[in-house]
Design a protein around this ligand. Structure first.
Ligand SMILES: Cc1cc2nc3c(=O)[nH]c(=O)nc-3n(C[C@H](O)[C@H](O)[C@H](O)COP(=O)(O)OP(=O)(O)OC[C@H]3O[C@@H](n4cnc5c(N)ncnc54)[C@H](O)[C@@H]3O)c2cc1C
Length: 466
């Protein structure tokens, strides 16, 4: 049987290994971290179990859902079930229900809906005239600015799309592809625009291009949360792989992937060398490309190096105050952070813990000013904003922890598609090499979708070899 090496033990790598090991393959996984799970891991700090941001499991993929739930069998209480998630947002300093409803439009203040409508109408008339006189050239790849003004009018662009996008991505909206916004509606009419605004989750920038279901439908799926932390899913998949003689090497950062003349591979970490017939990489596309020997052409390297990821700082606040945001997630504009989540609501364990855990998320670029601030500085900035919004008092906070995670959100700049296609074309020409997952495909998605990626890749390998 062919020898397979998987680089990265996140959901995509574990999904591939899980399926392959069930078909008799003895897989080796190389993971740079001390623990497995990637973005879906749970880190233990003292007595605290901390997920990489708020995670819960949901899926419309029947096979993936069943296999994940079967990991827990009928162990009592091993997986908590919680209902549809509830979210809020702050729009121009006011708390409004999210997704937006008629009520929340009025919560924004009486002027906002009127000005939004008038500005939308102006944009609509302008576009209609341009298209009537046949002057409008179709812009296949508009920036957020162009897309939002055309579809929503200048008012909502300036007061909503621009501030939120720039706060999240830390990039000017003129440079970001409209693809960062999950839009299905191409028609420009007020009804579809309103529907888009009310129904589609613009703010959930981490989730787009989903499979069969729309974003809203996925949000409505029942969610599950393992009692010992989200990372328990990865841990249990790991155990399944090991039971089938698979080996997961942790603390093994892959440094070099050598393409040998006989179409096999040599993979080097700091102190180990592995040989394999097939490689599945799930690490960032701009990282793996720089480990390949012989070094790819400059043009390919330049393209791959232009594909960048946004990083995330996570501040975990243990508080003695409960129901701080009174929902799973709250999104913010004009604050240090873009989202705060309350774990009691996510785990479905409301009011049962002695202490409450809030996760405050700050998106930033790797090694930018925010990334390089000291923990104390970041903490102070967050607390200042939480106090300003009357969510917490300083004395409510018992304790804090902080994690910095690089390569979290692929950044869709205006030119990303060209660079991505170029890079993927290069990988597709290497026999028996697969670059998959959120990082390897430069694709936003959830854990279940990454497990599916892994299953499908494993099936390709199994069928190729037959
Ligand atoms: C804040 C946040 C909230 C989320 N919420 C949810 C949610 O509620 N539900 C849900 O289903 N999904 C959620 N997701 C998405 C989910 O976490 C990811 O889609 C999924 O974990 C990605 O898996 P992956 O294997 O593709 O990538 P990763 O998890 O990034 O795995 C890549 C692995 O490669 C390893 N690696 C990197 N470089 C090397 C190297 N040189 N050598 C060896 N190993 C290396 C990394 O350590 C990592 O373990 C969320 C994501 C974030 C960031």
């Amino acid at each position: 049987m062919k020898n397979v090496i998987i680089i990265g033990a996140g959901m995509a790598g574990l999904g591939t290994a899980w399926r392959l090991s069930e078909h008799g393959y003895k897989v080796n996984i190389l993971e740079s971290d001390k623990i497995i799970g990637g973005l879906a891991k749970t880190v233990k700090i003292g007595s605290r179990s901390l997920d990489i941001g708020p995670h819960s499991f949901f899926s419309e993929d029947k096979e993936v859902l069943k296999k994940v739930l079967d990991l827990f069998g009928d162990e009592k209480g091993a997986v908590q079930y919680s209902k549809k998630r509830k979210m809020k947002m702050i729009f121009k300093g006011k708390y409004v229900d999210y997704p937006l409803s008629l009520k929340s439009i009025f919560q924004m203040g009486i002027l906002s809906p009127i000005l939004s409508f008038l500005s939308f109408l102006r944009s609509y008339i302008r576009l209609s005239i341009i298209s009537l006189i046949g002057k409008k050239k179709k812009n296949e790849n508009p920036s957020i600015e162009e897309w939002a003004i055309d579809n929503f009018g200048e008012y909502l662009y300036l007061h909503f799309f621009k501030p939120y996008s720039e706060q999240f991505w830390k990039i000017n909206t003129t440079e970001l592809s409209y693809k960062v916004i999950p839009s299905r509606s191409k028609k420009i009419n007020f009804a579809s625009t309103l529907k888009h605004l009310l129904i589609n989750k613009y703010l959930d920038l981490a989730k787009r291009e989903p499979g069969e279901l729309s974003l809203q439908e996925r949000e409505s799926l029942p969610t599950y949360y393992p009692k010992k932390g989200y990372g328990e899913i990865a841990y249990r998949i790991g155990k399944k792989i090991e039971k089938k003689d698979g080996i997961i090497y942790t603390s093994q950062n892959v440094e070099e992937v050598i393409l040998k003349p006989d179409n096999t591979f040599e993979i080097k970490t700091k102190d180990k060398v592995f040989n394999s017939d097939i490689v599945v990489s799930t690490i960032p596309i701009n990282k793996i490309i720089n480990k390949i020997k012989p070094i790819p052409e400059k043009k390919i390297l330049n393209s791959a190096n232009k594909l960048k990821y946004l990083s995330l700082i996570l501040v975990y606040l243990t508080t003695n105050k409960r129901n701080v945001i009174d929902c799973e997630y709250c999104y913010f504009v004009d604050r240090t952070f873009n989202r705060v989540s309350e774990m009691d609501f996510i785990t479905g364990n409301i009011g049962n813990n002695k202490e409450n855990l809030l996760i405050v998320e700050i998106s930033c670029h790797y090694e930018d000013e925010m990334w390089n601030r000291s923990n104390e500085e970041v903490f102070s900035l967050c607390v200042k904003d939480l106090i300003k919004d009357n969510l917490l008092k300083k004395e409510d906070i018992l304790h804090y922890e902080m994690l910095r995670v690089p390569s979290v959100y692929p950044i869709y700049r205006k030119d990303y598609k060209t660079h991505l296609e170029e890079t993927k074309k290069y990988f597709s020409q290497i026999n028996n090499f697969f670059s998959i997952g959120r990082q390897g495909q430069f694709y936003y998605g959830d854990s279940d979708q990454m497990i599916r990626f892994g299953f499908d890749t494993a099936d390709k390998i199994i069928n190729q070899i037959k």
